[in-house]
Design a protein around this ligand. Structure first.
Ligand SMILES: Cc1cc2nc3c(=O)[nH]c(=O)nc-3n(C[C@H](O)[C@H](O)[C@H](O)COP(=O)(O)O)c2cc1C
Length: 393
């Protein structure tokens, strides 16, 4: 998610560093816009290092890229912490004297502000009227908390703790997401078919793309069920995961979860075959000689079966990972696969020794049932995930 963090000129600006850090560590792209006054309280180098982006302040810089509106237009969320009494008045009045004011007016993203000031300033009728105006317009006000202020005094006006601001902001995004009320089933990872108690036939899928889809869908408000096959990537506790090992286990978990889903996105790499028999004890080379023959039998075709039984309104998205490097030939394979499988969309990507699996980026084309390209994406797996969800919508 692209988050603009606005920082205005109060003592609590030093705590904004923790807000920025929490968003960055959660995988979001953060653009800090600080007012002139804010930079009297917290250093630009600190904010640039923590946000991993330049910090913008000047309204008349970056004019060629129309920065005064571009930042707001691109933002998924704007968080202002701390928000001074002056800033609250400015926003309530619709004034745009600086880059932060312009950015907010030019944005349709949800706005969350965390006021911080002395109790008298907070309780001043002007401030209270401004806050009421902003709330009536849909701005989310987090805090302020009651506690120790800058001097010896204490009372309402202390900025809420950074973790509370971050949590409240993410709730706002989810609640206003375009997948609110949708139930999405995602499969991720790669199935493994055991040969004996210690060995398996598997594939190099890490689960990164599927997990990115699950996280992106949850961030857009969907209720997500993730079925993970041997995931090599951590899943935040906010996503419920059913862990499976083999294709048969995946098929059973999918069959149980499909009936409640509005959409099924099958990103897991599934073994097409499994050993006919699984040895009860470790296969010993001393007993096998120079060659070992394995008999493999076909696994259930989960994508085909889910597509064949989907209900009206249910959308099924499959994946095709192919080693074909010629783009046209790759598309031809994708078109043949979607015709065979009967799903609504197929995400086609090229995989190889160094591409596709276990990497942080991906490049995909999305085909509809007729074989037309209806979407393309390249970049981070999260960006690709969001493009797939756009097509789903
Ligand atoms: C030491 C000091 C601390 C301040 N702390 C706050 C504060 O916590 N909250 C606030 O609303 N204003 C505070 N102010 C006043 C703002 O800095 C001032 O209103 C400024 O114009 C705000 O600009 P901005 O809203 O564009 O950042 C403080 C001023 C000084 C000198």
């Amino acid at each position: 998610m692209k988050i603009v963090v606005g920082i205005t000129g109060g003592i609590a600006a030093y705590k904004a560093v923790s807000v920025v850090r929490a968003f960055v560590l959660a995988g979001h792209s953060v653009q800090v816009i600080a007012t002139d006054a804010a930079l009297r309280f917290v250093g630009k180098p600190t904010l640039e290092a923590i946000s991993r982006n330049p910090v913008y302040t000047e309204l008349y810089e970056g004019v060629a890229e129309v920065r005064h509106v571009a930042l707001g237009q691109a933002a998924d969320l704007i968080v202002v912490a701390p928000a001074t009494a002056n800033f609250l008045a400015q926003l309530a009045g619709g004034f745009a004297p600086d880059l932060l004011g312009n950015t907010i007016l030019a944005s349709r993203a949800p706005v969350v502000v965390a006021p911080a000031m002395h109790t008298e300033m907070w309780q001043n009728a002007a401030t209270q009227t401004n806050v009421a105006t902003l709330e009536a317009r849909g701005v989310t006000i987090v805090g302020p908390a009651i506690g120790q202020l800058t001097g010896n005094d204490a009372g309402p006006g202390r900025m809420s703790e950074p973790d509370d601001i971050v949590a409240a902001a993410l709730v706002v995004v989810v609640a206003s997401g375009d997948l609110v009320g949708r139930r999405i089933l995602v499969t991720a990872g790669g199935t493994r078919e055991p040969l004996d108690p210690v060995r398996f036939i598997g594939n190099r899928s890490s689960g990164k793309q599927g997990v990115a889809i699950a996280l992106a869908a949850a961030a857009r408000g969907a209720s997500v069920t993730l079925i993970g096959a041997n995931l090599e990537v951590e899943v935040p506790a906010t996503i419920a995961v059913t862990h499976v090992g083999t294709t048969a286990e995946l098929a059973a978990a999918v069959a149980a979860a499909v009936p409640g889903a509005d959409a099924v996105i099958m990103a897991a790499a599934v073994a097409d075959y499994r050993p006919e028999t699984v040895a009860a004890a470790k296969i010993k080379k001393e007993l096998q000689g120079d060659t070992l023959k394995l008999t493999l039998v076909k696994n259930p075709d989960i994508l085909h079966d889910v597509s064949a039984t989907k209900t009206v309104g249910q959308v099924v998205i499959g994946f095709a990972a192919e080693t074909e490097t010629d783009p046209d030939a790759l598309l031809a394979l994708g078109r043949a696969k979607i015709a065979r499988k009967g799903c609504d969309f197929l995400v086609v990507n090229s995989v190889g020794w160094t591409t596709g699996f276990a990497t942080d980026g991906n490049e995909v084309r999305i085909l509809n049932a007729a074989g037309d390209i209806v979407g393309e994406a390249s970049g981070s797996k999260r960006a690709v995930a969001n493009r797939i969800l756009d097509v789903l919508l």
